[in-house]
Design a protein. Structure first.
Length: 307
């Protein structure tokens, strides 16, 4: 009898795993129908099995970050995740590994605060922020901190937040790390970035490639002032990567990306041509940029789009 019950439980698990991944509401309704199913669906083993079976995680919704307004949540299925606390006007800093990193200005504290929001559970963790001058520019990124994690079901596990600040008067950039396991910020890593003759800003969210986070930094509107800040998660070191003259000539509005080999890459769109470059490091430690692909997007789109 016990063997038969075990076979039935395995059969139920296989059925539930095969429910369409883009309709997570089906799993929610199944958990409400029968308590043993709820226990099964809530287990880490099921979520790992579900992730392995479907390979890519579902996208039940997306966020739109409106200038001067709070974020807006757009569901793509009948599943509606719980939004963050509506009393604050949030801006999205980063999204990764099942978490959303938000920022809002706390009038009581008179400073910006960072918040980790879990869209699946609606839980929020206020991290606070680091003191910085009014002229400073900053950007933050969130990553999973679990060892040997495949990032299929780690939204409720430990995490780290890397907070990079550009200090205009000191002409340096600093990076501090918040750990959810210690609920504290680390000491800052520092690198020189030179004089800010023009407005300096981060043009896009960071990219995680290998064991490092990369931030695209612009000085003014010209690509000659573009560089990349690298924060090494293993060594806790912050450094700046300058683009070669060839790279600057080829790129008008570069975008950081992760290549198929997991290394850092840069994509550049010029009219209908997409150029993809990758960062190479030879055995001697010399870094260079190599153009990998040059794609004519016009050949991939329907002819009617151009008439």
């Amino acid at each position: 009898m016990a063997a038969e019950l075990g076979e039935i439980e395995e059969l139920v698990e296989e059925i539930l795993i095969r429910l369409p991944k883009d309709e997570p509401g089906n799993l929610l309704r199944s958990s409400l129908a029968y308590k043993p199913w709820r226990d099964l669906l809530a287990s880490h083993a099921f979520r790992r099995h579900h992730g392995d079976f479907h390979r890519t995680p579902p996208m039940p919704s997306f966020l739109r970050d409106w200038p001067e307004l709070s974020i807006e949540f757009f569901p793509t299925t009948d599943f509606l995740a719980r939004g963050p606390d509506p009393q604050h006007q949030y801006a999205v800093e980063d999204c990764r590994h099942g978490r959303v990193l938000l920022r809002y200005f706390d009038e009581d504290e008179d400073m910006p605060l960072l918040v980790i929001w879990d869209p699946m559970t609606g839980s929020e963790t206020v991290l606070g922020s680091l003191e910085m001058s009014e002229k400073a520019r900053s950007f933050a990124s969130v990553i999973c901190a679990a060892d040997s994690c495949r990032h299929g079901d780690c939204h409720s596990g430990p995490f780290r937040v890397v907070f990079v600040i550009l200090h205009q008067e000191e002409e340096v950039a600093t990076a501090s790390v918040y750990s959810s396991e210690t609920a504290s910020w680390s000491s800052s890593a520092v690198t020189d970035v030179g004089t800010f003759e023009d407005e300096v800003y981060f043009s896009m969210p960071s990219v995680l490639a290998g064991d490092a986070l990369y931030f695209l930094l612009f000085r003014g509107q010209d690509v000659e002032g573009c560089s990349i800040l690298k924060y090494d998660l293993g060594t806790s070191c912050l450094s700046e990567i300058h683009l070669s003259e060839e790279m600057q000539d080829a790129s008008d509005n570069p975008i950081l990306m992760v290549g198929e080999d997991g290394r850092l890459g840069i994509a550049h769109l010029f009219f209908f041509f997409l150029s993809v470059w990758s960062r190479e490091v030879d055995p001697g430690g010399v870094v260079s940029w190599t153009q990998r692909r040059d794609i004519n997007l016009e050949t991939l789109l329907p002819t009617s789009d151009f008439t």
